[in-house]
Design a protein around this ligand. Structure first.
Ligand code: ATP
Length: 460
């Protein structure tokens, strides 16, 4: 990521140390996230609970920015409506969707150390030898393990009261297809977007918030006329890839992975994953699927209610095909952190896109002297009207810059003695550490202009 405008002559370029390196291992990121209040282990005072995480003050802000960016990209379109369906749904939904019969992973246990593994992720040789990769103990035969969390609705814990925590948000969209279409008088093609929690009792969660048992999804289901589905599928593939690039995610770290015949879900005609190169390898970030009319026809069959669309102009009735874009919110947030993490041997900073950064600007009095603190407070309150800003007067100015670098604040503004007489301030750029002196009254305009020209206009 770079600024489109070249540094001006007045800008002093501070020498960087060794060349900036990317994140090498997840432990460094986990530790930064805890130290700076992005993400904490859940229930930590009780020793934590496996693969559950709590978003702290900065994490929740970053996550909100990710969600807002997605929501904006989707619902600003005239052909997409929003929805917030309930997490608990009629149990028949999961019969119709195929989740009760087929939403499972093959599980093997070690009889000795009790470790559990996903058979489909194991080395086939290890599986044939039935030897535990951790302790060499004997492994059980693979058995299918349903990933849905079961609970009971109401006071009776019998089979009639079983409900599930939704393992995906999509089904809430399918069963509301006609409600949304008719209430908003939408015509096909149109889509429904939803952000919400999903739960999967994953056998092998891990890699920080990459795979957890409780997570958030950002899903959009686009309803199209059969025959136009592949054209829309291609459009959505590109729109979604561009969205990630627009956040400044590096192009060489993103790729498409096409599902081959054996990988394709039973309902899918075509599927591509958008993958990112994490420190632990290339992994799925988002899926774009052509789900055909599978979902609506199943809900029609199981509910006994017609879910067909009626085209008033052509007097045609049909079940639409669905193009799905399904992104993990937590995974997208993880990508923004992993991709923006830089370390030059001394300094650690996050090159977060300004639209995502929890704070856009930090204001510091050079020293804790009354007149500097007062002036700086005025600048801070002024900037706060325009941007999410923070202020800090504790410790040396260098330490304060470093703290902001680690949380990805794009700009730092320092109020010093010259400010008091000249009404100018120093503005420091997070990524280059370049500093510039500008009139305090120009700050808002200056920052806004830099944000508007932030260089993310990479195209797929
Ligand atoms: P995977 O192969 O990684 O298990 P999936 O193919 O089952 O993923 P989908 O059902 O397509 O995933 O879910 C859509 C998106 O939801 C994924 O691309 C991912 O970003 C997110 N997601 C799925 N499972 C999890 C999880 N356990 N933790 C966090 N995010 C998840």
């Amino acid at each position: 990521m770079s600024f489109t405008s070249e540094p001006t002559q007045e800008m002093s370029q501070k020498p960087s140390h060794s060349p900036a390196q990317d994140l090498k291992n997840m432990t460094d990121l986990v530790s930064l996230c805890k130290r700076r209040g992005f993400i904490f282990p859940s229930s930590e005072v009780y020793g934590g609970i496996n693969a559950c995480w709590d978003y702290g003050p900065l994490g929740v802000e970053l996550k909100r920015n990710v969600k807002n960016s997605w929501w904006q990209a989707m619902t600003a379109r005239e052909d997409i409506e929003g929805l917030d369906a309930s997490i608990l749904m009629h149990p028949k939904v999961w019969e119709a969707s195929g989740h009760i019969a087929g939403f499972s992973d093959p599980l093997v246990d070690c009889k000795k150390c009790k470790s559990r593994f996903r058979a489909d992720q194991m080395d086939p040789k290890v599986l044939t030898a039935k030897k535990c990769p951790s302790c060499s103990g004997e492994l059980t035969e693979p058995r299918q393990f349903n990933l849905m969390f079961k609970t009971h609705m109401g006071p009776l814990e019998d089979s009639a009261s079983v409900v599930y925590l939704r393992p995906e948000t999509a089904q809430g969209i399918y069963v509301n297809f006609l409600n949304v279409q008719q209430s908003c008088r939408q015509k096909i093609p149109f889509g429904i977007a939803q952000i919400g929690k999903a739960f999967r009792n994953e056998i092998t969660p891990g890699n920080f918030v990459f795979r957890t048992r409780e997570f958030e999804q950002m899903e959009m289901q686009f309803f199209v006329k059969p025959g136009t589905d592949m054209e829309w599928f291609e459009k959505w593939k590109h729109i979604r890839m561009q969205w990630h690039l627009d956040h400044g995610i590096r192009k060489d770290k993103l790729r498409f992975h096409q599902h081959q015949a054996g990988e394709l879900a039973h309902y899918a005609k075509a599927a591509f994953d958008i993958e990112y190169e994490f420190p632990f390898g290339w992994q799925e970030l988002e899926g774009v699927h052509n789900r055909t009319d599978f979902d609506l026809s199943r809900h029609q069959e199981f509910s006994g209610k017609k879910l067909e669309y009626f085209d008033e102009e052509k007097k045609e009735r049909y079940l639409p095909y669905i193009i799905e874009t399904s992104a993990g919110c937590d995974r997208t947030l993880l990508v923004t952190l992993v991709d923006s993490y830089r370390f030059d041997g001394e300094r650690t900073w996050l090159e977060l896109h300004p639209g995502l950064a929890p704070f856009k600007v930090a204001v510091f009095p050079l020293m804790k002297k009354e007149e500097l603190v007062q002036y700086s407070q005025k600048v801070f309150l002024d900037l706060k009207k325009q941007f999410r800003a923070t202020t800090d007067d504790a410790g040396s100015i260098g330490k304060r810059y470093r703290r902001q670098d680690e949380i990805g604040t794009p700009f730092g503004v320092t109020v010093d003695y010259e400010t008091l007489t000249q009404h100018t301030v120093t503005i420091r750029h997070r990524d280059t550490m370049a500093q510039e002196r500008i009139p305090a009254e120009n700050l808002g305009r200056y920052i806004l202009e830099k944000f508007e020209n932030w260089n993310t206009s990479k195209t797929v």
